[in-house]
Ligand binder design. Sequence first.
Ligand SMILES: [Zn+2]
Ligand SMILES: [Zn+2]
Length: 177
Amino acid sequence: MVFAHDTEGAMVAAVALVNSAEPPVTMTTTEELAAFFVKHGYTGRLAGDQAELDAVHRILPRLRALLTSSRDDAVDLVNRILAEAKALPQLVRHGDTDWHLHAVEDDRPLHVRILVETAMAMIDVIRADELSRLDICDDPDCDAVVLDLSRNRSRRFCSTTCGNRAAVAAYRARQAN
Ligand SMILES: [Zn+2]
Ligand SMILES: [Zn+2]
């Protein structure tokens, strides 16, 4: 494990959410958002309505900037998000999840909790100077974010689809020579 479990969980969820805006676009229904909520172990309030989904969509550019900025720019974004949300870090334990950090109350809107949780996770990434773990997919036609949590930093593609497409292209290029 590169980062603490809650940091990695928050990063994986944020990357999945940001990448849902890349083709094939997903997270277009309240059902998909509910499935995302469950899959990534969110707790607290889920309104399940269109307003909540719209609010989540509106933070995606900010979330993407947070994940793809330079280290110093990411610091500005983190500090601003935490100040705006009046974040107050508290260690909590719930369900099967051991002590971890929450920084806003469970009844705050989901988009606020997602932003704050991602900002809290980025604190670890910034302090460890590990922003190279975040990159854009190596496929020239893909703008999805890649989170590389592998020990040997070997991950270059956002998905197996992109990885396979690159492998096929490389194979064809060799055949053509
Ligand atoms: Zn929690
Ligand atoms: Zn990709």
